[in-house]
Design a protein around this ligand. Sequence first.
Ligand SMILES: NC(=O)c1ccc[n+]([C@@H]2O[C@H](COP(=O)([O-])OP(=O)(O)OC[C@H]3O[C@@H](n4cnc5c(N)ncnc54)[C@H](O)[C@@H]3O)[C@@H](O)[C@H]2O)c1
Length: 271
Amino acid sequence: MAENLLKGKKGIIFGALNEMSIAWQVAEKAKEQGADLILTNAPIAMRMGEINTLAKKLDAPVIAADATRDDDLNALFEQSMTHFGGGVDFVLHSIGMSPNVRKGFPYTASNHDFYLKTLDISGLSLHRVLQAAYERDAINEWGSVVGLTYIAAQRVFPDYNDMADAKSLLESIARSFGYHYGVKKKVRVNTISQSPTMTTAGSGVKGFDKFVAYADAMSPLGNADASACADYCVSLFSDHTRYVTMQNLFHDGGFSLTGVSNAVMDKFSEE
Ligand SMILES: NC(=O)c1ccc[n+]([C@@H]2O[C@H](COP(=O)([O-])OP(=O)(O)OC[C@H]3O[C@@H](n4cnc5c(N)ncnc54)[C@H](O)[C@@H]3O)[C@@H](O)[C@H]2O)c1
């Protein structure tokens, strides 16, 4: 599907950790569609080295930035403006981590220092990214910023833990900053609410494989995978979606509006 939807566009992709990462797929598809990229991730993720394989393949520089550090983000946007000789046209925020989930603390016994870290890494970081760009005028007119989220922001998924609260914050920031950036520069800001997907972050959630199977059985189209999510991101970076902003867009095979499916009901039948 190389339609050159992003020909001449420049973008920054946060969050490609390994081949399973949604951001990895987005980077590959954006390049396929003609974009020039900068890849970024937290310094600790760099040490695992896999991002360099992607960078080589896509001929994209890698700039380390911890998304909870304003200095790192300011430097990232300054270096990207030098590299591209101007602003970028799109940014993917594909960042999530909860120390409470990672260390197995249940929601009702959260460690609150960890909780604040979850909010900072997985929610507030979108504000930090947008503010760093806004202050430097680092995103071109009609640019597009996409963050990735999950339906636990609206409905309870008990083991998603404090990530649910971080995703609510993330979606709210997309709306609020989307207003201001729209007025200032016609930059659009949206979140994509993605089906559960087998990645490093996803599989940190307790019982994730059952969770994936349940969502698949509940979705008329089945779960959307990382590659389909990447296609959707590309469409949101493209000029075909210029008036879509401040939205939380469900990319979940219909899960969000399905009350119950026959496939799930069948599991409760006696025969
Ligand atoms: N996998 C799923 O089921 C699923 C579903 C819906 C939404 N999402 C969201 O998609 C996004 C991408 O996750 P993924 O599933 O591809 O997993 P992933 O583990 O591949 O990606 C998460 C990324 O966040 C990065 N990160 C963590 N802390 C950071 C920091 N301080 N600064 C910069 N980067 C940091 C990690 O290095 C990693 O690259 C996340 O926002 C996640 O919540 C995932």
